[in-house]
Design a protein around this ligand. Structure first.
Ligand SMILES: Nc1ncnc2c1ncn2[C@@H]1O[C@H](COP(=O)(O)OP(=O)(O)OP(=O)(O)O)[C@@H](O)[C@H]1O
Ligand SMILES: [Mg+2]
Length: 234
């Protein structure tokens, strides 16, 4: 059953770490429906399960039980390499720590995820250059991460997330390591991408950032609590 406007449908997702006495249930019966074009904020205290949920959404980890349909595909039925293929094609990641490769230039970092997409090196470089320029980094394309500010590095990471033209952007505390101004720039970029049609899921524990999403949900001890849009007014 595929609803054309749905990108994520999770039903009864649980995640349990450890066995025996060390067993901890980190996610409990998560039901989550995300429509194409949504800008969803996920908030919650440290340890509430936000990153665990994002790793499952992003096919970086598997749930212990439950069903997950990503863009019409039941991903639990996919083999690992098929999951990797789908992840690379459909999802762009932005992390708090940027996760850029230190020995590569901005341009090379952005090109990297396109390596497996079957396009020529010239085309990859051209596209990476275009994305970096779009993000205001045209004077930094040959710099390595340690030659750039945090805000610049995060914009490189956003360009990298966009190189394969994914429908879904997952951002886990993307402003967590940035000063207020750079954080605001990153949020502006995410909003613009959302206006252009990308689906954005933004994880943050900062209220000021969370309220900029169009919809908000909160994780409390591994359970999802839906918050109305009213939260944006508080
Ligand atoms: N690989 C793992 N093995 C065992 N427990 C884990 C593992 N990964 C996460 N956990 C536990 O799962 C819980 C949720 O972790 P998670 O990283 O999802 O929290 P979070 O909401 O992202 O927190 P933060 O805001 O600090 O980033 C924590 O109690 C954590 O200790
Ligand atoms: Mg986290």
């Amino acid at each position: 059953m595929k609803a054309a406007d749905e990108i994520i449908r999770m039903t009864d997702i649980t995640k349990v770490y450890g066995v025996g006495e060390a067993e901890t249930t980190v996610l409990k019966d998560i039901h989550l429906l995300v429509k194409k074009g949504d800008f969803l904020g996920i908030t919650g205290r440290s340890g509430s399960g936000k990153s665990t949920l994002m790793h499952i959404i992003g096919l970086l980890d598997s749930p212990t039980s439950g069903s997950y349909i990503l863009n019409g595909t039941d991903v639990s039925k996919l083999k690992e390499d098929e999951q990797a293929f789908q992840r690379n094609k459909e999802i762009g990641f932005v992390f708090q720590q940027f996760n850029l490769l230190p020995k590569l230039s901005a341009l090379e970092n952005v090109m990297l995820p396109a390596l497996y997409a079957g396009i020529s090196k010239n085309e990859r470089a051209e596209k990476a250059n275009m994305l970096l320029t779009m993000l205001g980094l045209e004077n930094h394309i040959f710099k390595r991460p340690n030659q750039m500010s945090g805000g610049q590095q995060q914009r490189v990471a956003i360009a990298r997330a966009l190189i394969n033209d994914p429908e879904l952007i997952l951002a886990d505390e993307p402003t967590g390591n940035l000063d207020t101004k750079s954080g605001a720039d990153v949020m502006k970029t995410l909003k613009r991408l959302n206006d252009e049609g990308k689906t954005i899921i933004l994880i943050t524990h900062e209220h000021d950032i969370a309220v900029q999403a169009k919809k908000l949900i909160q994780l409390e001890d591994g359970m999802l609590i839906h918050k109305g849009k009213w939260l944006t007014k508080t």
